[in-house]
Design a protein around this ligand. Structure first.
Ligand code: HEC
Ligand code: HEC
Ligand code: HEC
Ligand code: HEC
Ligand code: HEC
Ligand code: HEC
Ligand code: HEC
Length: 369
């Protein structure tokens, strides 16, 4: 992951595949569907459920993030109290590119998303006191964090070369991320405003569902979030955003290169590059324990049922339905998107390397305790 990869010739070829014709490559760095074909209107992206994500439409408040002159003597109500992530007025900053209210987009987002009650807190401890944040949490800017994504300032977020250069031909310390890699700041109608970092415009609707009737910060509780996919550009699993960078960790070509059904890397749901990975799929070989998963008790279930992606689900209720035949294992089964208090951002508490907790929910390896 942090290795410097010496595959220059392949990479040059890879770039051309990736940028111009990757969808026709048998296996390639990213292999998303052709953006030109599937580019969706805003209304289509919204069609999956009624929830309008924040920073969209009426909640896309320009002055949350932009300042016209980098100086305000008073807030918009005429007073000096806190407003929009600014703790007090008069307020003044050094003018920043794109008229942003911070020198770097990362600091801009963290004006509100770190330690500011009322906006989801994505760094360290939670100012809103939620039971468990769905995406977990990162550490602060420029901190090396072994428990999740490392955030950094000054990253090139252009969808092409800049993204690939994070890990290729770059020193290990360049492998970092920023908020606007994964979230578009201007909203796209997709839950959490998530996007394909390599091709933002082509991002399809993604199957992250918030429980009906839940509003405000409860929409970010793990308990109120579920995941589904329809396996087409109509609705893809949310982890299709992960492969823009972690392009060798899913897809049958990478997880089971010889196609014999015995995996070489842990399978992870990838509707574009195959390998469905439903929990019932391992029953024949005894590699998974579907009945144990369905029952939801015993070995492995000393932690709550891990997140799963439900094949064919396009609503919260359907996505939450436990069925080994339809439930699949995916990145967010094991990793929090931002990070957690466990190594590698693992979803369940780890004291050291993973033991049977968590894993045994699907595997129930004998002998069981
Ligand atoms: C001025 C404060 C402010 C700033 C700056 C800000 N946000 Fe937000 N953000 C909020 C608030 C408030 C909410 C939602 C609260 C709610 O749902 O009730 C939110 C919600 C979100 C959500 C969840 C959307 C949803 O409804 O699912 C994402 C993702 C997000 N912000 C990303 C960002 C990113 C990325 C940046 C930087 C480019 C940013 N925000 C900057 C205040 C801010
Ligand atoms: C949640 C934060 C946020 C909000 C709200 C927001 N912007 Fe932006 N805007 C950004 C960021 C971050 C960039 C820089 C994007 C980059 O570096 O790729 C940007 C860039 C821009 C640009 C430069 C061109 C571009 O699209 O990159 C324009 C123009 C712009 N914003 C206008 C607006 C207007 C008008 C509004 C209100 C309707 C608005 N923005 C609301 C964060 C925001
Ligand atoms: C914009 C590129 C990008 C995207 C998209 C991305 N990652 Fe990462 N990820 C990285 C980089 C770079 C690293 C290595 C440095 C670090 O820890 O941040 C990393 C590291 C990780 C790690 C190891 C963290 C550690 O502490 O060692 C995990 C786990 C991970 N990513 C999971 C995911 C998941 C799950 C998704 C999808 C929700 C995802 N990533 C999407 C770039 C990305
Ligand atoms: C988060 C880090 C990361 C990012 C970002 C990333 N790669 Fe990779 N890439 C890897 C790793 C790890 C390998 C596997 C290297 C190995 O096994 O030696 C790899 C391998 C490759 C290969 C070799 C063929 C293969 O599929 O194994 C190509 C080509 C490639 N990457 C192209 C790209 C392109 C193009 C981009 C930008 C769109 C990109 N990579 C972005 C980490 C990354
Ligand atoms: C590697 C991709 C990635 C990066 C980088 C990233 N996010 Fe997220 N974020 C996600 C995903 C995926 C989710 C939804 C995860 C879930 O619910 O399981 C999410 C969820 C959120 C939410 C909803 C709260 C929650 O706990 O679900 C907010 C707000 C948010 N992100 C803001 C940010 C901000 C601000 C930054 C930068 C400090 C950031 N994100 C960086 C991928 C990312
Ligand atoms: C079944 C659980 C599981 C699934 C599914 C899973 N991971 Fe992991 N991942 C782990 C564990 C455990 C580790 C710690 C290293 C190890 O045990 O090999 C890890 C490590 C990582 C690392 C760090 C590798 C390094 O070199 O430090 C990255 C990046 C990562 N995972 C990304 C992903 C992405 C992206 C997906 C989805 C495509 C995914 N993982 C799916 C369990 C999982
Ligand atoms: C949500 C369910 C789920 C969880 C949790 C899970 N796995 Fe898996 N795992 C699967 C599925 C499904 C397969 C594919 C089974 C098959 O095709 O035979 C698999 C395959 C494997 C395989 C390869 C079997 C083979 O020969 O193909 C190993 C080894 C494995 N998992 C270990 C782990 C470990 C270790 C953990 C915990 C870190 C873990 N798994 C967590 C669902 C899960």
């Amino acid at each position: 992951m942090h290795r410097r990869i010496d595959i220059r010739a392949t990479l040059v070829v890879g770039f051309f595949f990736s940028l111009f014709c990757h969808q026709s490559a048998p296996a390639g760095p990213i292999h998303h569907d052709n953006g030109a074909v599937q580019r969706k209107a805003y209304a289509d992206r919204m069609a999956k459920d009624g929830r309008v994500p924040y920073h969209n439409g009426a909640t896309l408040v320009c002055s949350d993030c932009h300042t016209m002159h980098a100086s305000l003597q008073h807030n918009f109500a005429g007073g000096t109290g806190p407003e929009g992530g600014t703790s007090s007025f008069p307020w003044e900053i050094a003018p920043a590119p794109n008229l942003l209210k911070a020198a770097d987009p990362l600091d801009l987002c963290l004006n509100c998303h770190d330690n500011w009650a009322g906006a989801p807190d994505v760094i360290g401890s939670d100012a809103n006191g939620l039971a468990e944040r769905s995406a977990g949490f990162c550490e602060g800017p420029d901190v090396v964090n072994p428990r999740g994504h490392d955030l950094a300032r000054g990253l090139d977020t252009s969808p092409g070369f800049g993204l690939c250069m994070r890990c290729h031909w770059a020193p290990p310390e360049a492998a970092k991320v920023t908020c606007i890699d994964c979230h578009t700041p201007h909203g796209n109608g997709i839950e959490r405003n998530l996007q394909w970092a390599s091709d933002p415009e082509a991002t399809p609707p993604l199957g992250l569902f918030v429980a009906d009737g839940v509003a405000g910060l409860a929409a970010y509780e793990r308990e109120n979030v579920a995941y589904g996919t329809l396996n087409t550009t109509q609705l893809r699993e949310v982890t299709s955003i992960c492969i823009d960078c972690h392009h060798v960790l899913s897809g049958s070509w990478y997880t089971d290169p010889d196609g014999d059904g015995i995996h070489s890397r842990h399978p992870s749901y990838d509707s574009e590059r195959q390998g469905p990975n439903h929990i019932a799929q391992g029953e024949a070989r005894g590699s998974t324990a579907p009945a144990h998963w369905n029952a939801g008790t015993g070995s492995g279930f000393d932690v709550p049922r891990l997140p799963f992606v439900t094949d064919g689900a396009s609503s919260f209720a359907a996505a939450r339905t436990v069925s080994a035949a339809a439930n699949g294992v995916f990145c967010l089964t094991c990793h929090k998107a931002h990070g957690s208090s466990s190594a590698f951002g693992i979803v369940w508490p780890l004291a050291g390397p993973p033991a049977r907790t968590g894993c045994d929910q699907c595997h129930a390896i004998e002998p069981m305790p």
